[in-house]
Design a protein around this ligand. Structure first.
Ligand code: DAH
Length: 334
């Protein structure tokens, strides 16, 4: 029916005019145009209703009422909307104001160094493993070939935990070295092995600018059928170079550790001076035997580096205690 089409067109036109209006004034214009009693478009529709045939009338009349109600309601709703909405100019929002700076934290320098070390060693194919900080004597001493009478076992040089010891049925202590993780790894896995483990160790040292009773080490272990000292030197040199730049030198000095034979202490040239970075050596056959490896079939190297030492040099921190005081003024610098 043409009449109904006319209604639909009217409704569509009215709806979009209402939606486009952005002020009460504009809406008043729309009202006059579409709903006005005198010469609004609604009057034309009303005239159409008048012309409808007797049969058409009920349908057309109903539709007329529907359209009028719909348009009127829409107009009122939009009127309420524009009344509350503010224009950009009137709004309280000022896009030129500086934003509120968020207080962002940052990573602790030790954490950053650890992440960096992991990443470097990862590139050389060393997998990162973890071990517990509370250990038994088997892992902290026995399997590492540290004899009963060795001074490293002295209760005054270790944090033995009395209550835990009683509960565990044997002596328990806070690990004094990450070398424990060498043992734990070899107990679980067969060679070849290439791991690093970075974590906390504990020793009852008096706190001073270079000593802390808790600090961090990076332990490394590589075991295969043909591992030699030259590879140890290469890996440590590569590590040092990637950390400090291509010209850095490292040197080995003969030393002794119960778990390596031969053993060395490793120094790294940092600026004009040599810095001792840790101990290393070829895994002692007794260590292999303690974890069920055959020292005739496998060989390996191991190393242990102090992380704080690198961190202090790298970030120019002159007192190790600064790392643990949680002084935000200090931590903010990194
Ligand atoms: N565990 C030794 C320490 O804490 C450091 C060390 C030396 C680790 C030689 C090693 C190593 O793996 O081969 O003093």
């Amino acid at each position: 029916m043409d009449i109904l089409n006319a209604f639909n067109e009217y409704e569509t036109a009215a709806q979009s005019a209402i939606a486009d209006a952005t002020s009460a004034e504009q809406l008043e214009q729309v009202r006059i145009e579409f709903l006005g009693q005198k010469k609004g478009k609604l009057r034309d529709l009303q005239a159409l209703v008048g012309k409808a045939t007797k049969e058409e009338k009920p349908v057309v009349g109903k539709r007329f009422n529907e359209v009028r109600t719909a348009v009127t309601e829409k107009l009122e709703a939009r009127l309420a909307e524009v009344a509350t909405a503010k224009t950009a100019a009137e709004s309280d929002f000022d896009p030129t104001l500086p934003g509120q700076a968020m207080a962002l934290g940052n990573l602790h320098p030790i954490t950053r160094t650890i992440t960096h070390f992991r990443e470097l060693m990862g590139r050389f194919g060393f997998r990162v493993v973890e071990g517990p900080e509370i250990e038994d004597e088997l892992h902290n001493f026995d399997s590492l070939n540290i004899p009963m009478e060795h001074p490293a076992r002295d209760p005054l040089d270790n944090f033995y935990i009395a209550t835990a010891t009683a509960m565990a049925g044997g002596p328990i202590l806070l690990r004094s070295q990450t070398s424990t993780v060498q043992i734990r790894t070899m107990e679980q896995e067969k060679a070849p092995i290439r791991i690093v483990s970075l974590g906390r160790v504990y020793r009852p040292d008096a706190m001073d600018p270079t000593h802390s009773c808790m600090f961090h080490q990076m332990e490394g272990l590589m075991v295969d059928t043909d591992i030699n000292m030259a590879q140890l030197k290469t890996v440590l040199a590569m590590f040092a170079r990637s950390f400090l730049g291509p010209d850095v030198e490292i040197r080995f000095r003969p030393s002794f550790f119960p778990f390596t034979e031969p053993s060395v202490e490793v120094d790294m040239k940092w600026g004009d001076s040599w810095m001792e970075i840790g101990g290393a050596g070829m895994v002692d056959p007794n260590v292999f035997r303690s974890v069920g490896y055959d020292p005739e079939k496998v060989s390996g190297f191991a190393f242990g580096l102090g992380i704080e030492r690198f961190c202090m040099k790298h970030f120019e921190v002159d007192d190790i205690r600064r790392f643990y005081e949680n002084d935000v003024r200090f931590l903010k610098q990194f």
